[in-house]
Design a protein around this ligand. Sequence first.
Ligand code: NAD
Length: 337
Amino acid sequence: MKILITGAAGFIGTNFLKYAVPRYKDIFFYCYDKLTYAGRLSNLVPLLVNDNIKFTKGDLTDCDLLTAIFSKENFDAVINFAAETHVDKSLICCDQFIKTNILGTQILLQISNDFNIKKFLQISTDEVYGPVDYPHRLNEAACLKPSNPYAISKASADLICLSYFRSYNLPVVITRSCNNYGPYQFIEKQIPLMIYRAMNNKYLPVYGNGSNIRERIHVEDNIRAILVLLEKGKAGEIYNVSTGIGISNIDLVRILLKRLNKPESLIRFVKDRINHDKRYAMNSNKIKKEFNWKPEIDLEEGIDTTIEWYMNNYEWIKGCFTEEFNLFIETNYGELF
Ligand SMILES: NC(=O)c1ccc[n+]([C@@H]2O[C@H](COP(=O)([O-])OP(=O)(O)OC[C@H]3O[C@@H](n4cnc5c(N)ncnc54)[C@H](O)[C@@H]3O)[C@@H](O)[C@H]2O)c1
């Protein structure tokens, strides 16, 4: 079996490959990534010694390059991780989100359809549902009410995926997971940012009053869900992947500080994000019932191993501060990093 993995050098892509490449020797993983500021080839270098993996640098919107690769490689399946993923950035410069997340996905779908791909797994997010009032939890049939440009671009991609299933019978499966955390997550995201800042005794910025609620899943639990869906997910279906446990941002930061042995006086409440969704909440009964998947790593255990990874990989953190990212920070974030 041969699978195209887009966005392979990002956070979830890297963790997916580190998990899957040594375990599935009969699968060939063809990795494709533009290597934006969020993607790092060095994440994958240790894996590239294996016979069942290869890397090509390329853009999701590069129809000619992708078509040439598809004609040569005869893929059975595609997993589309590639995306612009930072909500704050989408509020500042939305165009790249539209280009990669919507147009890029459509181009990939079209080529996958032209080459009769047997499964197209779209990696989506709980953000497509928009905010959810307590105590409700949404299943896959819920309406999409995305708020920010990132969420809107992902919801649009989901709808285009479904249109390729309905119009052309392309066997698309969509997975919508809650917030992932774990090793290799870019420093702009909340958990690594807090760990990095706390390690350096810098204040921890918390949006608004910190009451916004998210579900947090360890990336390895999500990867097991992705692998189940790659094998068994039904064409045209959507599967939520979540823990069922919401945690407020402020409680999360308190847990991080406690595990890092740092004082709560480092917390600083800052101006809220524009249009900040109050609460995301899904139920994952479908994937649990149909495929017996469940999350296995509890938050405190997952946070401990994540902190340990960042502490042991400070050079990796420093590698986030490329010229491109530094410029973005300078023009948009001031002293935050
Ligand atoms: N991290 C989460 O909490 C989370 C939760 C739910 C869904 N998702 C989805 O999972 C996927 C992976 O997320 P992540 O956290 O690993 O993101 P990430 O930002 O760490 O990685 C994204 C990768 O995509 C690549 N990329 C960006 N634009 C590209 C383009 N035009 N062409 C080719 N490659 C491009 C980047 O170089 C990077 O390697 C995304 O689709 C995201 O929407 C993430």
